[in-house]
Structures are given as structure tokens and as C-alpha cells.
Design a protein around this ligand. Structure first.
Ligand code: PLP
Length: 416
């Protein structure tokens, strides 16, 4: 087997220099654990950035991939296959079903249609293309403006990047789409001032992921809903990171009680295979005609069948109950650390999308955690982000928090 140095060296020589990887080569995984070249074990609080919600090598996913790969992987969207319509039906049912507990009928999208892409970014691109078509239909060419939030993250293509409210991602790539207005998260006044009849879409993450785990308030989301209705604009939720179970409800908007017109999803949907989707209410969905949007790979039989299996496993193994239970425990633990440790400031988020904001840079803590056999992830310089697999148990939280406390204490000693 190749050594770490050989593997890293090849990448240094032949890959575009876009990633600052952690010094770790992963070779296999099982459940909430990953293993490196020396078969050292790591507890996974990252899930490949919120993708591996079923952990690694889930037996039902492995079996499904094996079976389907031996039958049919790709057909293009020129032909039908068994699984794309079935997955669309399942997703449309999920976004239109109010969660039993909340019982809020507002948080239902009603009759919907889905489009399948290969990634989250592409789901955002498709969403804003659809919102443009629907906007032009009711308000002519002028109805083209997009509203997004400062500090947001929606992806790296020109459309998605134009909606991303962070200079560090935008710098060097201008000019981006000119028709985007940014407002501050939870700023009701700013929001009201920015939306008018030329607005075709309001795009936001109900919980900022890459932006540092910040939640939109229910009041803010409700005002977005009201303004979108008044001005016949599309309310688009980017649930690529917070959606599909991570908040403890299948969609985050169900927990907030405010439904969008279009929702974009991706990360965990096909258990690690590339698949994204946007789901649009019928009255927006019917603004598009054959030939106006498409993809070669999106919605193929392998990815769609695996996504159906993913959703079945989440339901049958009652994983949302686990996300709620263990998520509450993780939140208690992080809140206690934020209160007790001088190096930590604030715990944020819910379920299995949580963050701990530090007084010190997060990356060195994440680096040091590797030597302790725990994978964390940092975002926004000072935030440790927790996106564990839905299978995580309280004993795993205990192990992670032990390591985190130890490293925070060490940082404090170094600073003193
Ligand atoms: C990851 C992410 C995206 C982009 O998805 P890709 O699959 O990386 O293209 C967009 N929005 C949010 C909120 C994300 O977390």
C-alpha cells in the first residue's frame, strides 16, 4: 500500500490547489467510525460534511448499490427507469406532510414536483432558474431580482455564488449576477425594505451551515413567507445541509412552521452518491417546459434507488428519534462547555447540526483532535461544526466531548 507521503505528494503535483486537507488518508469506514492507512480508528462528527447520515458501509446501502450496479447504473434522461418517479413521489409526500408532533398545516408545501441534479449547487441553480421563469410569467422581464442573506452559503457556480453572501468566496470571480440584494439574517426592517414587485425569489438557509450554524428566527421566516406571497415571489429554502433529518424533522422548515415554495436538498440524500434535488410547488413547477432545463447524470437509477433506500432506513430505523434524543444531549454538553470553558463562547444549532463558537481559532483544535481519534470540522475560523451520522449514540458524544474539553484546556494553558 502507498504511504501517506506518496498519496499526498501525487495530489500536490497533479491536483488544482483548491483544498487544505487534514493530514489523513481514509481507507474504510463502519458505522460512526473511519479508519486510516494504519487502521487507526476515528469517531466521525463530520459525516463527509453532512453526507454520510447513515454512517459508513451501512449493510442495506451496500446491498442496494451492489444489486443495482449489477443491473443498471445510468440511462440518461432520454429514457424512463423505475426509480426517479418513485423518489420524486416520496419526496413530494414528505414535504407535503406536516410532522405529526408539530401539527402545523402551514409547514406543508402541498402539491409539488421534483427535479434531480448531481449536487447541491446545481439544485440551487435549478431553483433560481425556475423562479426566474415563474417571475417573468407574472411580472415580465423586470421581475428578476433575487434576495439572499449576508453570511450565507449556496455553492460555487456563478448563480449559486452570486447568492452566497461572503466576500471570501466571491473575491476574484466578479462580476457575478447583478440582480442580487443581500439583507442581514433576522433583520425584519432590512428585509421589508429590500423586497418589491421586481423580486422573483427570496433564497435562504433556515439554518446557516458553512456560515457558522446560525438559525433564522421563526418571525423572520414568517415575514419572508408573507412578503413572497404579497409580491408573488418564490420563497426558496436551501436545506442542502440542514434538511433530510438533520434537525430532527425530515425538513428543517417543518420544525420552524414556515413552508417554502421551492426547497433544495442534496448532501445525505443518496448516502454518499452524488444526488441533489429541488422540489417546487405545482404553481411554480408548471412555469417550466420541456427543453428548458436538464442534466445528463441527474436522477439516474443507481442514485435514485439508493436515495429511496436511505429514506426507508431513516423511517424504519426511527433515526429521527435518535437525532432528537442524542442531539439534545449533544446540545446540553456543548452548552455546558460554552459556559465553563473560557476558550468557548456559544453553542448553537439543534439535532445533528450544531456548532460551538470559540474564542480561539477552531482549526488547531480540529487538527489536534485527529491525534485523539476524533474527526471534527471547523468553519468560519472560530466555529467547530458538528454534523454527525444519525447513528451517533450518547457514548460517542461523551468520547467526543472528553477530547474537546481536553483540547480546549490545553489551548488555554498555551495562551496563558
Ligand atoms: C454544501 C452546500 C451547498 C452546495 O452543495 P454541493 O453539493 O457542494 O454543490 C449549497 N448550500 C448549502 C447550504 C450547503 O451546505
Amino acid at each position: 500500500m502507498k504511504t501517506f507521503e506518496q498519496i499526498a505528494d501525487l495530489e500536490r503535483r497533479y491536483l488544482l490547489g483548491t483544498y487544505a486537507r487534514y493530514p489523513l488518508v481514509l481507507t474504510r469506514g463502519k458505522g460512526v467510525f473511519l479508519y486510516d492507512l494504519d487502521d487507526r480508528r476515528y469517531l466521525d462528527f463530520v459525516s463527509g460534511i453532512g453526507v454520510n447520515a447513515l454512517g459508513h458501509a451501512h449493510p442495506r446501502i451496500v446491498k442496494t448499490i451492489r444489486e443495482q450496479a449489477a443491473k443498471l447504473i445510468h440511462v440518461s434522461n432520454l429514457y424512463y427507469h423505475e426509480y426517479q418517479g418513485a423518489l420524486a413521489e416520496k419526496l413530494c409526500t414528505l414535504v407535503s406532510r406536516p410532522p405529526a408532533a408539530a401539527g402545523s398545516s402551514e409547514a406543508s408545501m402541498g402539491a409539488c414536483r421534483a427535479f434531480f441534479s448531481n449536487s447541491g449547487t446545481e439544485a440551487i441553480e435549478g431553483s433560481i432558474k425556475l423562479a426566474r421563469l415563474a417571475g417573468h410569467r407574472v411580472g415580465g422581464e423586470a421581475k428578476c431580482r433575487l434576495l439572499a442573506l449576508e453570511g450565507s452559503y449556496h455553492g460555487r457556480t456563478f448563480g449559486a455564488l452570486s447568492l452566497t453572501g461572503q466576500d471570501k468566496h466571491r473575491k476574484g470571480f466578479e462580476p457575478l449576477l447583478q440582480e442580487v440584494t443581500f439583507v442581514k439574517r433576522n433583520d425584519l426592517e432590512g428585509l421589508r425594505a429590500a423586497v418589491d414587485d421586481d423580486t422573483c425569489a427570496i433564497v435562504l438557509e433556515p439554518i446557516f451551515g458553512e456560515g457558522g450554524i446560525y438559525e433564522c428566527s421563526v418571525e423572520f421566516l414568517g415575514e419572508c413567507r408573507a412578503l413572497a406571497d404579497r409580491h408573488r415571489a418564490a420563497l426558496i429554502f436551501d436545506e442542502i445541509q440542514c434538511g433530510l433529518g438533520r434537525t430532527g424533522t425530515i425538513l428543517a422548515f417543518q420544525a420552524f412552521g414556515v413552508a417554502p415554495d421551492i426547497v433544495a436538498i442534496a448532501k445525505p440524500i443518496a448516502a454518499g452518491l452524488p444526488l441533489g434535488a429541488f422540489i417546487a410547488k405545482e404553481e411554480f413547477a408548471n412555469a417550466i417546459s420541456p427543453g428548458q432545463h436538464g442534466t445528463t447524470f441527474g436522477g439516474g437509477p443507481l442514485a435514485c434507488r439508493v436515495a429511496l433506500e436511505f429514506l426507508a432506513i431513516v423511517e424504519e430505523e426511527k433515526l429521527l428519534d435518535n437525532v432528537n434524543k442524542v442531539g439534545r444531549y449533544l446540545n446540553q454538553e456543548l452548552t455546558a462547555i460554552a459556559e465553563k470553558s473560557p476558550a468557548a463562547k456559544e453553542a448553537r444549532g439543534r439535532g445533528f447540526i450544531q456548532g460551538l463558537n470559540l474564542e480561539v481559532p477552531a482549526r488547531p483544535i480540529v487538527d489536534d483532535a485527529l491525534a485523539e481519534g476524533v474527526l471534527f470540522n471547523s468553519t468560519q475560523d472560530t466555529v467547530i461544526r458538528f454534523l454527525p451520522p444519525f447513528l451517533l449514540e450518547e457514548k460517542h458524544v461523551d468520547k467526543g466531548m472528553r477530547v474537546l474539553k481536553k483540547l480546549l484546556k490545553k489551548k488555554r494553558k498555551e495562551a496563558a
